[in-house]
Design a protein around this ligand. Structure first.
Ligand code: F6P
Length: 365
């Protein structure tokens, strides 16, 4: 990689966890320590560690054997935001701008670069820290696969695999009991997990945020299947799906979080409505955080490894303010600010979506 002036790197994982975070930490740290004699320190619990100067030095032994392990050895937080840091005062929560503390930690350690691994919330904070003078390189992660500027994020394939396994299992019980099974998957405002797991799991109806659904069409499809002797059906619904002219189903508001809204629960409403409108026995399954857990798939291990090596390369070459990304199947660099400017939603001409439509899968429209 050639000579670099980088002597010390900070690294943190922020936002919701996902399979593959440890593989990135390992890829960055192993090469940095073993090949380039760079010191690596990891901040605990995302930006919280930067605000509080809560860190651990990473040695080769700390990052050995973690490739296949889910979660993150550094801990994470989707609440800690240096610019809007939540502090409990009695029963109340107040917010303070502690970005100066975060910047002071960076300077105190004499870091040459901070590598942040996270989704859009994490990258938006990184973008502000860059404006405040920090040298940052980012690695995109999210099970939702909703970051523009990268074809895939690691974590997505693992989540899809978990959701697909759940759909497979629901198929057999749906068949035995002649039921409609409504399966809710994560993904926030994007339908990637629902589309990929729904198609892979052979879902009969797939409802995604990008295509507001008509409940009459959903019920009509279920009744048609019943009429033709298919006495069970699988409906895969994204947590962010909504009926035409209707609203998102919000499960809770997390005041101190960067994105306060937590979606969830549409499967329950849908199940009640389907049962009432069709008379077909219907059950709801919300897969939930299982999708974020467990060992990364081979694809995610490899993508995370490529991204980790790519981030170290960008850092050593001085490409600060940049994020590694997958473009045309290759690791590329894009400005962090560009990556957070818009969400990557499922385009209506997505080949998998079109292929599913041609096979008779309903999208509720
Ligand atoms: O962004 C990842 C994700 O798992 C979303 O799919 C989901 O909506 C959200 O995080 C859940 O957040 P939390 O872990 O705060 O419940």
């Amino acid at each position: 990689m050639g000579k670099s002036r980088i002597r010390k790197i900070g690294i943190l994982t922020a936002g919701g966890d996902c399979p593959g975070l440890n593989a990135v930490i390992r890829a960055v740290a192993k090469a940095a320590i073993n090949d380039f004699d760079i010191q690596v320190i990891g901040f605990r619990d995302g930006y919280d560690g930067l605000v509080r100067n809560n860190f651990t030095e990473l040695k080769n032994s700390d990052v050995s054997g973690i490739l296949t392990v889910g979660g993150t050895i550094l801990g994470t937080s989707n609440i800690a935001n240096p610019y809007r840091y939540a502090i409990s005062k009695g029963s109340k929560v107040v917010f303070q701008d502690l970005s100066k503390e975060a910047i002071a930690t960076y300077k105190k350690h004499r870091l040459d670069v901070l590598i942040v691994i996270g989704g859009d919330g994490t990258l938006s904070i990184a973008s502000k820290l860059i404006d405040d003078g920090l040298k940052i390189v980012a690695v995109p992660k999210t099970i939702d696969n909703d970051l523009s500027e990268t074809e895939f994020t690691f974590g997505f394939d693992s989540a899809v695999t978990t959701a697909t396994e759940a759909i497979d299992k629901l198929h057999s019980t749906a068949q035995s009991h002649h039921r409609v099974m409504v399966v809710e998957v994560m993904g926030r405002y994007a339908g990637w997990i629902a589309l990929y797991s729904g198609v892979a799991g052979g879902g009969d109806i797939i409802l995604i945020p990008e295509i507001p659904f008509d409940i009459n069409k959903v019920c009509m499809k279920l009744e048609q299947r019943h009429h033709y002797g298919k006495r069970f059906s699988i409906v895969v619904v994204a947590e962010g799906a909504k009926p035409k002219g209707g609203k998102l189903t919000v499960s809770k508001i997390v005041e101190c979080s960067t994105d306060k809204v937590r979606l969830g629960g549409i499967a329950n409403h849908l199940t009640d409505t389907i049962e009432k409108m069709t008379g077909l026995e219907t059950r709801a399954t919300i897969i939930g955080h299982v999708q974020r857990g467990g060992s990364p798939t081979a694809f995610d291990r490899n993508l995370a490894t490529l991204f980790g090596s790519g981030a170290l390369y960008l850092a050593m070459k001085g490409y600060f303010g940049m994020m590694v990304a997958l473009k045309n199947g290759k690791v590329a660099k894009v400005p962090i600010k560009k990556a957070v400017s818009k969400l990557k939603l499922v385009p209506l001409n997505n080949p998998l979506l079109l292929s599913a439509r041609s096979l008779g899968t309903s999208f509720g429209d």
